[in-house]
Design a protein around this ligand. Sequence first.
Ligand code: SER
Length: 585
Amino acid sequence: MNALEIRNKFLNYFKNHDHKIIPSAPLIPENDPSVLFTTAGMHPLVPYLLGEKHPQGTRLADYQKCLRTVDIDEVGDNRHLTFFEMLGNWSLGDYFKQESIRYSIEFLTKELNIPMEKLSVTCFKGDSDAPRDEETAKIWEEVGMPKERIYYFGKDDNWWIAGDEGPCGPDTEIFYDTGKEPCSPDCNPSCGCGKYVEIWNNVFMEYYKQKDGSYTKLKQRNVDTGLGLERINMLLQGKETPFDTEVFKPVMDKLQELAKNDNIQSRRIVAEHLRSSMMIIADGGRPSNIDRGYILRRLIRRMIRHLNKLEIDLSLLKDLIELYTKVLGEMYPELIENKETIINIILEEKEKFVKTLENGEKELQKELGKLREKNMDTLSAEEVFRLYETYGFPPEVTKEIAEENNFKVDLGAFDKLFKEHQDKSRLGSEQKFKGGLADQSEEVICYHTATHLLHKALQIVLGEHATQKGSNLTKERLRFDFAHPQKVTKEELDEVERIVNEQIQKDLPVTCEEMSYDDAKKSGAIGLFENKYGDKVKVYTIGDFSKEICGGPHVEHTGVLGTFKITKEEASSAGVRRIKAILIR
Ligand code: SER
């Protein structure tokens, strides 16, 4: 069996058990500003887990493309991956523990023919938030799991939540015994020695964790399961690592053939990062210096460094992409559809990085020469940082080259310098964003004040998350972008409009004060507080209604604004909405 056959078997099995098959959501979440990438099958389904009706019903099954970057630096060992696929079956307030466990065990033992003896399971042991899950353990016994292979663990192992807030609940995990020797007499599924490999997680989602850490019950009881495709494929084929399966092997072998300086870790990094980069680009991701674009850039650049390490000519990158498209095209047709774009973007990024490497290395060699003349043997963090800031030269490459030239490198202070640099550039762009009003006509100034009223009104109606993401003013209208995960309803818009007009009618005075960021923050002003500098900022206060850090200018009294009217509400980008509004004066 191969990965595609396992996927098809899974979807068929659940189709035959009254589940509707839904397509994988893209890796880049469409409506969830809280994550950069889809990290689990539940992201696209959150509204339905919370009670909204899914158009396909209450029993769903899917395969979901996921990308997790927490372990990015571990890739290269024998198990970590950034991109992976999760097979899932879902009950949206339909079946619960009993059926979910019965489906899982039947699929594993009857469809995949895994002997029961190979499996063990874990359940939630209970705490002050939720009881010990004896119900689940009992069902396991009923389906034939011997008591001694049913383990209980706490929240770290047997509780699932994505992030800090959201739908969650106890889970039961199914482990496959690889047959390796136990690491100790206490060896068990949670010890991490590699004897037991987790293959399937069944989450019984009946709680919601609030921001303040407390738990409430959801309207309905859901099941969310995730079966890691690369893992189960590896185990069924009796392979030691996912890189030995048909998903990666053709590329791993090709790299070996091309490498002049072979190294299995570098080959794994290239094979893994190239696959992830191709999948991200196929779903619309592009390299940049921020957020998900930066993750993609890092993946591509790290892959290129390891191609260099393997001494593989970078002109062969295109062939590797073509090979992957052939290997994975049937599983992910989007790779075939977007092949040209994927090639162009990766090659473009390669060109940029090659230049960066060349310029940075020249500069670094100059610096090392100077140190040699002075009989010094350590490259300072400031220098490593300068190379990064001026040439984009990655610190880990600086370190590698310096060490090859017998220099020591002090990276200790690099992180601190890097953080300060980020803070400074953030401050720079915020200042530009907040204070850069080019047109100071009377109309634009009115719209500017109206923007503050709108910002505050949105936070009152939608919640504090509705913060400014951008703004653009002309003499004719204001445009305001703000964070919000879904469409703003007609009722909410009406209420926002009503609140703004109320403040205008009150003819509130607008005053301005200069103060330090700290004081601004203490005063309750909304705005941007990340920086740690003592700079003075202007805070504009509108009556007792709004207080906001801003460069101005503003009107003196709100009464001059006339009548405020929202003309349009639409999506601006993922998780960001846009409102256009006019003042009738
Ligand atoms: N949400 C669970 C997980 O990611 C099961 O799908 O493991």
